[in-house]
Structures are given as C-alpha cells and as structure tokens.
Design a protein around this ligand. Structure first.
Ligand code: LLP
Length: 420
C-alpha cells in the first residue's frame, strides 16, 4: 500500500497539507493526486507495451470526473465504457470516439442506436444484441465479450466471468456467434473477456488468456476470421492494506504478452484497468465531528458515511485510515470510524488502532478513488461532496460540492399539493 509523507505531524498529499485542503474546501472531500494518477497509467501501460502494441482501456465506471478523464486522455488512454452516459462523458472530456469501446450489458435498442451515432467502438455482449445491432447497421467493426468460465474478485458481487454469468457470449456459443456476425456482414476485429474485479493473484489472468488464445485460433480455423485484438479485461488488484502484496505488473505483462505472441497472430493486446489507475491516487478527507466511548467500543464519528463511500458497507471492503493531523503518532486505542447515516451498517473502518481522536481531527481514508465518488449518493438527503485535484503544491476544485437545491432540482410537486 502506498503511504504518504508528513510534515510537522500532518499528512502531505500532492505537496499540500491535507489539513489545509480540508480547511479550504470543506469536508468530506475527495482529493486526487495528479502525479500518482499519471504514474499509475504509465506503469501499467509500459508493463505490456514494452512487449507488444498495447491499448489501455480505462474502465471509467471507477471514476468519471472530467478532469481525471482529461488527464488520462492526455496520457493516451483508451476507454472502456458501459453506458451511453459514460460514452458521452468521455467524448466531453476530449476522447476521440475511436478510443472509446462500449461494452454494454442488457442494452436497449435506444441505447444501442445512440452509441452507434457517436461512432465509438462496440463490443457486443449477447446474441440478441448482435441481431438488434444488425438492424441498425452492419457497417461498423465489432468485437465480442465472451464468458470465459473464469471468475475472480474481492467479493462475489464483482465476479463476472464464471460459467452462467449474465455477461458475455456463453463459451459454447462463441464460434456460432462469430459465424453469425460474419454472415450478417460485420467486420469482426476482436475478442474480450473480464473475469472480475480486485483480486490480488495473477492466476485468473493467465487462465483467461489461455481461454482467449484458444478461442482466437478456433475462430480462425472455423470461420477464417483473423482477429486483430484481444482484450482480457480489468481487475488488477490494488493493495488496500499495508501488508497486501504489490501487483507484479511487469512480470504479468511479460508472461501474458509472451503467451499471446507465441500462441496467436493477435496484433494488439488490450486491458481494462479501472481500480488500478484511479484507486490510490485519491484519498477521502473527512472530519471527526464526534467522539464516543460506547462501553465496548470507541467511535470516531465523521462527516462521511456510506453516502460518500459505500464500499465498506456494501462489500465489507477495507480502507486504511489515518488521522491526517496526527500522522506520525502511534495508535493508543481501537476505534470504529463511522458516518452520519442512520443505519448501523454505516461505517468507514472498524477496529483500527489510532492516536487519541478529538473533534476537529481530519481522517484520511486511503485508496478512495476507484468506485468512491462514482458510487456515492444523496441518501439521507446529504448532498454529494466536492472533488479536488492536487499537483505539486497546488489544489484545484474539480467538482463543486452539491447544495440543497440540487436535492430538489428534478422533483415536481403537483400544483394541488404545493404550498409555494
Ligand atoms: N472491464 C469490465 C468489463 C468490468 O466490468 C470492470 C469492472 C472493469 C473492466 C474494471 O475492473 P477493475 O480494474 O476496476 O477491477 N464497485 C466495485 C467494483 C465493480 C467492478 C465492475 N466492473 C468495487 O468498488 O470494488
């Protein structure tokens, strides 16, 4: 896990005091370090591009802030988009359509038409989608998401590649589907699979590459289609705990590209990291507003709950926390860090040894950039928080915090019920 420097006992992030950031922008606030984001992109790209032509398709569901997208666009990233909303957001951030690949799931005809209209690449998820796309156009290059029968992930909720999954063309239908696409007149360029999200072992990547390489060759033998790219999805784990192992990306890049180059005629390898790019480049700063000794437990009550960061409550995910203004101090007691949401499942961290907490302390929640803001909500009528970008000692607001008007903006009270 990446840790951060401190100065005079205060955690420093992107060259700035985290306490100053919290004071200037208010809390809770997501803070992204531009240099770490760029470093993450370059590391994962180079791990594969050192061996063969590579496309990194950022799985933007992890974080669709326009400034973050713009940084990745500058780095040369491509995009994995799962909805027309994501496609339009990435176009707005400046991505050219041909660097966006749309992989939907249970896609409506309306959405399919809208995606076709943008000119982005389409990765087809089902035989039904193929037939429905053919009614709109066959004059576009496509690829298929297949169900590889390999599942991975930090929670059952994010494992996507196992047999019988709702995602992709079932393994035993793959050849038939490529044949059908050929018959319909499509130019089929690639194959794609995604096993799941956030596992820390390399085995699922090796297994899925084996499945994909075999299919690439079977497809060629059975249909004559010579695929150009192979996309083995995302799921690169990130160490959330101090003792978690670092991803061995360079080794993985070398092993995988060797397999693909030795076993197939594939020209380009594609991967779809979401978490890896944006996770540890962002922290969440939240203020301690209440300290409570409840007999068997000590609580640090903070102003971020599962409305702001749902991963602990939803997946039981671990996020490392530190008291940012007591960064060097040793833990003296065990605390649960809990939020303002009226549910007992509302927590950020449990049983953590931390320095003595006081009201006004700033708690830093690590590795908060992936699926943090993206999954936040206004539950309990708490407007969503701000996002800030830090770079070499400068901090810029990249999303204003919402206000109460935002809670009501799209609601309509019929005249007969209105008191205003
Ligand atoms: N490609 C596809 C087709 C995906 O479905 C996903 C994630 C990714 C790539 C990127 O996976 P990553 O590299 O980020 O692990 N909300 C959950 C994670 C859900 C992931 C869904 N799909 C969480 O907070 O852990």
């Amino acid at each position: 896990m990446r840790d951060y420097e401190s100065k005079d006992g205060t955690m420093i992030f992107g060259g700035m005091s985290t306490v100053d950031i919290a004071n200037k922008f208010g809390t809770p606030v997501y803070v992204t370090n531009e240099q770490i984001l760029r470093e993450n992109y370059r590391r994962i790209y180079n791990a594969f591009a050192a061996h063969m032509p590579t496309e990194v398709h950022y799985a933007c569901k992890a974080n669709t802030n326009l400034a973050i997208l713009s940084i990745l666009e500058q780095e040369g990233s491509h995009i994995d988009a799962v909805s027309i909303g994501e496609v339009l957001t990435c176009l707005k951030a400046g991505f050219p359509a041909d660097r966006i690949m749309y992989t939907g799931c249970n896609v409506s005809n309306e959405e399919l038409q809208a995606v076709v209209d943008t000119g982005c690449r389409i990765n087809v998820d089902s035989e039904s989608e193929l037939e429905r796309l053919a009614k709109i156009t066959t004059d576009i290059p496509i690829s298929f998401r297949i169900t590889p029968g390999v599942a991975s992930g930090h929670s059952g909720k994010v494992m996507t590649g196992g047999k019988g999954a709702k995602f992709g063309i079932p393994y035993n239908r793959v050849i038939k589907t490529y044949e059908r696409a050929q018959e319909l007149g499509f130019d089929v360029k690639g194959i794609h699979a995604h096993t799941g999200s956030g596992g820390l072992t390399v085995d699922p990547f090796i297994e899925v590459i084996e499945v994909l390489c075999e299919l690439v060759n079977d497809i060629k033998d059975r249909t004559g289609i010579e695929l150009e790219f192979l996309d083995f999805g995302g799921g690169f784990g990130v160490p959330y705990k101090p003792q978690d192992p670092e991803a061995e990306l360079e080794d993985l890049g070398s092993i995988i590209t060797d397999m693909v180059m030795n076993e197939t005629d594939i020209k380009t390898i594609a991967l779809e990291p979401g978490r890896y790019l944006v996770c540890d480049s962002t922290i969440l700063l939240t203020k301690c507003v209440d300290v409570k000794n409840a007999g068997t437990k000590n609580y640090i009550g903070v102003d971020a709950g599962f409305n702001t960061l749902i991963r602990p409550a939803f997946y039981d995910s671990y996020h490392y926390v530190s008291i940012a203004n007591k960064h060097n101090k040793a833990g003296v007691a065990k605390y649960d860090v809990v939020g303002p949401i009226c549910e007992s499942g509302d927590y950020i961290a449990r049983d953590r040894a931390l320095p003595e907490a006081e009201e006004g302390d700033i708690v830093a929640v690590y590795c908060a950039g992936a699926y943090g803001f993206a999954m936040s909500s206004t539950y309990n009528s708490r407007p969503r928080c701000a996002e800030v970008l830090v770079n070499n000692g400068e901090a810029e607001l990249i999303r204003e915090k919402e206000d109460f008007e935002d809670l009501w903006r799209h609601q309509i009270v019929p005249k007969r019920l209105s008191k205003q």
